[in-house]
Write a protein that binds this ligand. Structure first.
Ligand code: AMP
Ligand code: ZN
Length: 111
């Protein structure tokens, strides 16, 4: 999609620190990390948010598989996966992405 930051990262038009890739997903380091490990997992195809993604069962399964593949590859045993949906809760890039955070204790509920 034109003018989408994460589509441009997927296309290689904007650099990123790639951590994991499979047929459907790309995972790269967040530039403003909130944990020692903070990786964003995105579907290569553009979806606006998790509600949009959920209308495509194959792509939704692909993103979940990508999160699992990233965790296995990186040896994450304890990690938190977050989807921000809507500007009111902090979504700033409207290409669905899973934040995968690991490497420090995290309380629940989150602050
Ligand atoms: P959200 O606020 O949930 O939409 O998450 C967007 C995330 O993208 C934020 O955590 C940003 O730090 C991160 N981000 C923004 N630009 C880049 C970039 N060029 N490369 C990697 N992460 C980015
Ligand atoms: Zn996009």
């Amino acid at each position: 999609m034109a003018d989408c930051l994460f589509c441009k990262i997927v296309a290689g038009e904007i650099p990123s620190t790639k951590v994991y890739e499979d047929e459907q997903c790309l995972a790269f380091a967040d530039t403003n990390p909130q944990a020692p490990r903070h990786v964003l997992v995105v579907p290569k195809k553009h979806f606006t948010d998790i509600g949009d993604l959920g209308q495509d069962a194959e792509a939704a399964a692909g993103l979940v598989a990508g999160i699992g593949g990233l965790a296995r590859q990186e040896g994450f045993t304890d990690y938190r996966t977050v989807f921000n949906t809507g500007a009111g809760v902090g979504q700033s890039v409207f290409h669905v992405h899973a934040h995968v955070l690991s490497g420090r204790p995290m309380g629940w509920p989150p602050g």
